[in-house]
Write a protein that binds this ligand. Structure first.
Ligand SMILES: Nc1ncnc2c1ncn2[C@@H]1O[C@H](COP(=O)(O)OP(=O)(O)OP(=O)(O)O)[C@@H](O)[C@H]1O
Ligand SMILES: [Mg+2]
Length: 349
């Protein structure tokens, strides 16, 4: 938790966002179907919060992040950016040229710090790029800004004249963060920012991200498949399954009062140091179904031990439970709660 409770001031509103990729087959590359990577996401992101986005590999987290930034264009739905001064813009309707001022406000830090820096450029060369694009003309000014940015991420000013291969993974990720900060964004999508790093430096980079957020009043969408970090970093957590959000709640509430059987299974897989608190691990049956042909009804039903005929037929809407804005997309929430099965962490609450 970042300590600052989110106030209901949305910076982004997503409504029924879908991003489908065509699957092409044969010599004539005819479209044989679509990968429904993101398939109907409704979400509000509040200014100043850290919103965790979790789920198994392939559930559409990166595609949703890229769709928000319009790095991939969504197939349908609305993504509205609110600048806080009354300017509300539907990003998906803008041309690439009209997107330029909004691209400045929305940035991304990628998972792999090795491939995200051009090996032929010095660090100054990589970091001055966005500054030139957004009109910082005098070179001396760009060098001053890049020096400040490197210091902000706990590197030295003179590192700007070195090449990427001279840095460790953790240092390169700091440089990736500095680049995302260069043009003073409002929101950063952090896409698994530490999962490629050595465990010993993960905590340092996470700490840095949280300090920068507090100093600069940033909003983060924090993508990860590691539910053990989200508990401490995130104000709220959205759980994705096959392109949809299946549960969304304040971080504390999600862990203490898990409503969706899928979230329960994810949480039960987190290793727990305290053996007294260890409850039975819920093993998910089968593989994640293909997003080309997702199951009918609730996409989780083939792996869910609570599933009934209704779950096979009807897609459960994301609906509120309780007073805290806790949302879950499950026909069987009442039965899940009555079964009294909680995640390991729930024992704390
Ligand atoms: N450009 C693309 N063309 C076709 N299919 C794609 C494309 N990008 C992603 N996909 C597919 O969309 C689905 C969602 O992928 P995505 O990368 O968003 O998942 P993810 O949740 O970020 O997974 P991970 O945890 O492994 O990073 C996957 O089935 C993937 O193969
Ligand atoms: Mg991803």
């Amino acid at each position: 938790m970042t300590g600052s409770p989110p106030v209901a001031d949305p910076i982004l509103t997503l409504r029924d966002v879908k991003t489908h990729f065509p699957v092409r087959k044969g010599v004539f590359k005819t479209t044989a179907g679509h990968v429904k990577a993101v398939d109907g996401v409704d979400l509000d992101v509040f200014r100043g919060e850290v919103l965790g986005l979790v789920g198994e590999s392939g559930c559409g987290k990166t595609t949703l992040g890229k769709s928000i930034l319009q790095l991939v264009r969504p197939t349908a739905g609305q993504i509205t950016f609110h600048d806080g001064a009354g300017d509300d813009v539907d990003l998906q309707d803008l041309t690439n040229a009209d997107l330029v001022p909004y691209r400045k406000k929305l940035q991304i830090v990628f998972q792999d710090p090795y491939s995200s820096l051009n090996p032929a450029f010095t660090i100054f060369g990589s970091l001055e790029d966005p500054l030139i694009k957004y009109g910082v003309r005098p070179r001396a000014e760009r060098r001053r800004i890049v020096g400040d940015l490197l210091e902000a991420v706990n590197l030295r000013r003179d590192h700007m004249d070195h090449y990427p291969h001279e840095f460790s993974g953790g240092q390169r990720q700091r440089i990736g963060i500095a680049r995302a900060l260069a043009i003073e964004p409002d929101l950063i999508v952090c896409d698994e920012p530490v999962s490629a790093l050595d465990v010993s430096v993960q905590a340092q980079v996470l700490q840095l991200l949280m300090e920068l957020k507090a100093e600069r009043g940033l909003t983060y969408i924090f993508i990860t498949h590691d539910l053990s970090v989200t508990e401490y970093l995130c104000d709220r957590i959205a759980v994705m399954y096959l392109g949809r959000i299946v549960e969304l709640a304040d971080a504390d509430d999600l862990y203490a009062n898990t409503l969706h059987p899928y979230t329960q299974a994810l949480l039960s897989a987190i290793p727990v140091a305290d053996l007294d608190k260890k409850t039975d691990r819920i093993v998910l049956q089968g593989d994640v179904p293909s997003p080309v042909n997702p199951p009918s009804g609730c996409p989780f039903h083939p792996r869910c031990r609570f599933a009934t005929e209704l779950c096979k037929d009807k897609v459960p809407p994301l609906r509120p439970f309780g007073r805290n804005g806790h949302l879950a997309a499950c026909h069987r929430v009442e039965e899940v709660m009555a079964a009294g099965i909680h995640s390991d962490r729930a024992a704390d609450g």
